[in-house]
Design a binder for this molecule. Structure first.
Ligand SMILES: Nc1ncnc2c1ncn2[C@@H]1O[C@H](COP(=O)(O)OP(=O)(O)OP(=O)(O)O)[C@@H](O)[C@H]1O
Ligand SMILES: [Mg+2]
Length: 284
């Protein structure tokens, strides 16, 4: 083969392998046959799903369908009864010792927890700390980052959420939307690979919802972060998500790209849920 042709062939093989590697990227989250019960109440029922690195997922579904529970399990705030979860290929509740899987110890769980951050419906900011302290505290305490460095990073994050000028104020001096933006900056300060958002706008006055959704849009568009988000804002879910998971009674009844779920849902339960939401004025 002439040199030039050989070079072209090599380049083609190289290009193909790059594409192949991208496609073959292992999931960042693997959920396998997860069940969770509270007494006789089956809250998650043999749940299975994978999340690709960088994927943006919207979880939708009726009240009590298990959306918060699955996020809390991913945060290790809840245990599971059956099944397994892997984050970046490592089991969440177990660790490998000498080729065997054993119950994870605190140090291992601590390491796993740094991979995942969560923002809740209610902001849970520390009322006696300033905005800057709220954002910089966890990196100082849990990661041992020097104060000056943690504060510099916190200021960058506050700038990103449009609140740099509020750094010295206390949470009580902020609006609900501003508090929620601080809570987002605080979760980001630990630099998680995966961020979970649980109805982060549902406690806000309607006119404050958009400012928080804008931050989420920005994070979605400008970062490679994997994001899982529970929301009742269907228009936002439609525009934001790569994939929508529709939950009902602890199972994923239907999933797919937003276009399919919102305009052409296959399952009767998805159709009736969307009809109700749209009927309540929360249309796309
Ligand atoms: N700590 C708990 N103890 C007992 N039952 C619980 C607990 N936490 C959740 N549940 C039950 O688990 C079920 C699922 O709750 P979950 O909070 O995951 O639902 P959800 O889909 O987030 O609902 P919503 O849209 O109202 O937030 C519900 O029936 C709830 O009552
Ligand atoms: Mg919930």
């Amino acid at each position: 083969m002439p040199d030039a042709a050989l070079k072209t062939a090599k380049n083609e093989i190289q290009a193909a392998s790059v594409v192949k590697n991208k496609d073959a990227q292992p999931p960042i989250i693997e959920v396998r046959e997860i069940s969770k019960r509270y007494g006789s109440n089956v809250v998650l029922d043999r749940l299975n799903f994978d999340v690709a690195p960088g994927e943006k997922i919207a979880l939708i579904g009726p009240s009590g369908s298990g959306k918060t529970t699955i996020l809390r399990i991913l945060m290790t705030l809840e245990t599971l009864d059956e099944g397994s979860i892997k984050i970046e290929g490592s089991p969440l509740w177990q660790m490998e010792v000498g080729g065997r899987l054993v119950k994870a110890n605190e140090a291992y769980l601590h390491k796993m927890r740094t991979k995942v951050g969560m923002v809740f419906q209610l902001f849970n900011l520390f009322p006696h700390k300033t905005v800057l302290e709220n954002v910089s505290m966890a990196p100082i305490l849990t990661k041992g980052i020097p104060r000056a460095e943690a504060e510099k990073r916190a200021m960058e994050l506050l700038d990103m959420v449009g609140l740099a000028e509020k750094a010295r104020e206390k949470p009580a001096q902020l609006s609900g939307g501003q508090k929620q933006r601080v809570a987002i900056a605080r979760a980001l300060a630990l630099q998680p690979r995966i961020m979970l958002f649980d109805e982060v706008t549902s406690a806000l006055d309607p006119e404050l919802v958009e400012e928080v959704l804008n931050i989420l849009r920005k994070l979605g568009a400008e970062t490679e972060m994997t994001m899982l988000l529970v929301t009742h804002e269907m228009g936002f879910a439609h525009d934001f998500a790569d994939r929508v998971l529709f939950f009902d009674r602890g199972r994923i009844v239907e999933q797919g790209p937003p276009e399919q779920i919102f305009t052409n849902p296959r399952e009767e339960r998805t159709q009736s849920f969307l009809k109700k939401i749209i009927g309540a004025g929360r249309a796309i």
